[in-house]
Design a protein around this ligand. Structure first.
Ligand SMILES: Cc1cc2nc3c(=O)[nH]c(=O)nc-3n(C[C@H](O)[C@H](O)[C@H](O)COP(=O)(O)O)c2cc1C
Length: 477
């Protein structure tokens, strides 16, 4: 897995030209041949404020009852269309989570059981309708839970990725973006489920082939990546080993020719499981005594739905710095207390924070000094996307992949990349709530970025986000 990451690193002198094959551009939506689209129940929107949901998915809480109207809002907040880019017939639907190249490889499915206002079954969410495809009818909560090694819950969501959507543009490196994009969707899903007090629990360690069959995925084209359970235990969860009816889940091809990549498939197969496994535990690094401890940020902020709806990638940074409260709020919301990926914050001058490179230690909510090059070098390492150098904060998410693999096996790569995507989406949402701009950067010269950000010798950068005041944002008071 660290080999896959290395093998797909970009190098300045060796990027190679890759012309996009517009004749085979993948279709952005999954279209079933024989499953009709069902209308969604009109949504009810949760009132919870974004920053009150900081611990979504991280704490044990009693789960409430799920209803169809709440479910609709969870689906729309996780994967719905929130804007249209471009104009006329050429417009492109932009969605709630950010996505590398706006290619949207991630798809969303769920098993509903005992949800008021919706028949039991396994569904696919179709954002374009928006609507639902019913894949298998019947109570499937016990089956869905068993695949994650857990007791049944009223809702079990699954996020997958369709390789070709991203492969078309990014070739083998697409596996990185499939995982990062899935992490972006996960962040919204957890927040939306928590906003309805459905106590979401995430699982990434499931039997891949069995789950793929359950979701009706073509093995060489689409992989299940994430499971999320939510809601209380249903009264009639169905059997753990149900007979699935012989329905035809065939889909229209994404393009006349659908490409495959053997290296990507081999990376996907690393760490494949035959049985569900307990979630790994991650060791949070300890804060050194001289670390700068940040105060606990206040809750509140705009409603989750407002932040999701107004989130967009913004790159027109003003070169201004952050207040201490903004920096604290952003870091604390983006990163959980422990996880497989670490974060280096490159802070620009001009704000209340001491500029330079800092290792963020989320369990202590503290910053430890790091040696690093300048922000201009970081921006050059991002394939010369020079606007990165104008951002108040460049957050580099990284991991010592070889060490993670030694400790947890090759599946740790998925955990690390999905955690990076999750942190990325949460940073976007926190930035939006604070009136700041944010943009993910997956395109970088890997080694150059590691050096410019002062990462430890064996560390590999996974993802970067630029964040800060932007043109059109609120002026400092
Ligand atoms: C994993 C990932 C990598 C990205 N990399 C870049 C990048 O290198 N440069 C860039 O300008 N935008 C990048 N983006 C931002 C996307 O272009 C943006 O999310 C997409 O166009 C959809 O627009 P929206 O974020 O406004 O919804 C990235 C987004 C993601 C999730």
């Amino acid at each position: 897995m660290s080999e896959f990451h290395q093998a797909t690193a970009y190098h300045r002198d060796d990027l190679g030209g890759h012309l996009l094959d517009w004749a085979h551009q993948p279709h952005p939506f999954k279209r079933y041949r024989h499953r009709e689209s069902l209308a969604l129940t009109p949504p009810a929107w949760p009132s919870a404020a974004l920053f009150d949901l900081e611990r979504a998915g991280q704490e044990q809480a009693p789960a409430g009852r799920a209803e169809a109207a709440a479910l609709t809002s969870i689906l729309l907040l996780s994967a719905g269309i929130t804007a249209q880019a471009g104009s006329g017939g050429e417009g492109q639907a932009l969605r709630a989570p950010a996505s590398a190249g706006a290619l949207y490889p991630a798809e969303l499915y769920f098993a509903a059981c005992g949800v008021e206002g919706l028949g039991d079954g396994l569904y696919h969410f179709a954002p374009a309708g928006p609507g639902l495809h019913l894949l298998w009818p019947g109570p499937l909560a016990a089956r869905a839970g068993a695949l994650l090694g857990r007791p049944p819950r009223a809702l079990t969501f699954f996020i997958s990725a369709i390789f070709w959507r991203s492969l078309w543009k990014y070739r083998t490196r697409a596996w990185r973006y499939c995982l990062l994009d899935a992490g972006h969707m996960l962040a919204n899903l957890e927040l939306a489920a928590a906003a309805w007090s459905l106590a979401p629990v995430v699982g990434l360690d499931f039997p891949d082939a069995s789950l793929g069959v359950f979701l009706g995925l073509p093995d060489q084209e689409e992989a299940p990546l994430i499971g999320v359970q939510a809601g209380c235990e249903p009264a009639q969860p169905g059997p753990a080993e149900p007979e699935l009816p012989p329905l035809d889940l065939e889909t229209l091809p994404l393009s006349a020719r659908v490409g495959r990549d053997q290296v990507l498939l081999a990376a996907r197969d690393l760490g494949r499981l035959d049985e569900p496994r307990r979630a790994p535990r991650w060791q949070a690094p300890e804060a050194p005594p001289e670390a700068l401890v940040l105060e606990r940020p206040p809750g509140g902020g705009p409603a989750l739905a407002e932040a999701v709806w107004s989130r967009r990638s913004r790159r027109n940074f003003l070169g201004r710095g952050l207040s201490r409260q903004q920096a604290t709020r952003l870091l604390s919301f983006a990163l959980p207390a422990d996880g497989p990926c670490l974060a280096t914050a490159l802070i620009a001058p001009g704000g209340e924070m001491e500029p330079g490179a800092w290792l963020y230690l989320p369990s202590a909510r503290a910053l430890a000094r790091q040696e690093a090059g300048g922000r201009a070098e970081v921006a050059r390492a991002c394939l010369n996307q020079l606007w990165v150098g104008q951002a108040a904060l460049a957050l580099v998410l990284w991991a010592d992949l070889a060490r993670l693999e030694q400790a947890q096996g090759p599946r740790a790569y998925r955990h690390a990349m999905i955690a990076a995507g999750r942190a990325g989406q949460r940073l976007y949402l926190a930035a939006t709530a604070l009136g700041l701009g944010c943009c993910g950067v997956g395109a970088f010269y890997d080694r150059e970025l590691a050096e410019a950000a002062g990462l430890p010798p064996r560390a590999q950068p996974l993802y970067l986000l630029a964040c800060g005041p932007v043109k059109g944002g609120p002026q400092p008071g």
